[in-house]
Design a protein around this ligand. Structure first.
Ligand code: 16G
Length: 248
């Protein structure tokens, strides 16, 4: 969609929002770019300035744009897009965006699996797993809290790794011969509590995305169960959908 249709049942401001979203997704508008003014948008799309203003304001409220007094409206820098069709790790996602990924390890220890974790990892409850709790950071900005439960023969060797500086997925792949190959992932919306808000440097009650991921290595052997919390206004989870068996 790149024009505003007068016959569409969708309101015009909504259509403009979708057009602008697409420009960000398609990277025609990049983080930090100044977007056209209300007047320019209204002339370009043949709509009123009020309509253009409403579309911009809603995208500001959703965190996609930010306004600077006297300078205009810009595309937000920190919205991270995670493609839900490829299995990637945090470090890889950030590197792909030209950002520097790091972690602050909040705890790393061996831990007896409870029933839920044991079920996900196909082990017995009470079996020891490596539990890693990390704050994930991109270019100094806290983005997510992740707790990973890792299980494979010899996983306790991970206790000796510097996981502040190194990618877990890279280590699993190149050092431990446990390449993460596929994953099942669930997403859920929520609101952040006080402890997590402090670590993520956001206000209590801000929207967050909870993810739960089970990661598998060869022969669909589970190696990781991870429960994470992403700052809601900094993430877009993107998926491309295709209709199957379309008959005209
Ligand atoms: C991602 C994964 C997490 C994994 C981490 C590895 C989600 C929801 N989670 O953040 O399960 O442990 O990447 O990142 O995407 P690393 O290789 O940078 O340590």
């Amino acid at each position: 969609m790149s024009i505003i249709s007068r016959n569409s049942p969708l309101p015009r401001y909504y259509q403009l929002k979708e057009i602008m979203r697409e420009k960000i997704r398609g990277e025609e508008w990049k983080p930090g770019d100044l977007i056209p003014s209300e007047r320019e948008l209204s002339e370009q799309y043949g709509i009123s300035r009020m309509t253009a203003r409403q579309a911009i304001t809603e995208l500001v409220n959703e965190g996609l744009f930010y306004r600077e007094q006297g300078r205009g409206t810009f595309v937000s820098r920190h919205r991270i897009t995670q493609h839900l069709t490829q299995l990637t790790g945090f470090t890889q996602d950030m590197q792909a965006r030209g950002q520097r990924a790091s972690a602050h390890v909040l705890s790393a220890r061996m831990w007896p699996a409870d029933e839920k974790i044991a079920e996900r990892l196909h082990i017995k409850s009470g079996d020891n797993v490596f539990r890693l709790h990390r704050l994930r950071i991109a270019d100094g900005d806290p983005l997510a809290l992740e707790t990973s439960f890792i299980h494979f023969m010899g996983c306790e060797r991970l206790l000796e790794e510097d996981l502040n500086a190194h990618s877990l997925y890279h280590l699993l792949d190149v050092k431990y011969g446990q390449p993460p190959l596929e994953a099942d992932q669930e997403l859920e919306a929520g609101l952040v509590g006080a402890d997590e808000a402090r670590l993520l440097k956001i206000s209590v009650g801000s929207p967050v995305l909870y993810t739960r991921r089970t990661t598998y290595t060869e022969r669909k052997q589970p190696i990781e169960y991870a429960a994470s919390m992403y700052c809601g206004h900094k993430y877009t989870f993107y998926t491309h959908l295709q209709r199957e068996h379309f008959v005209r």
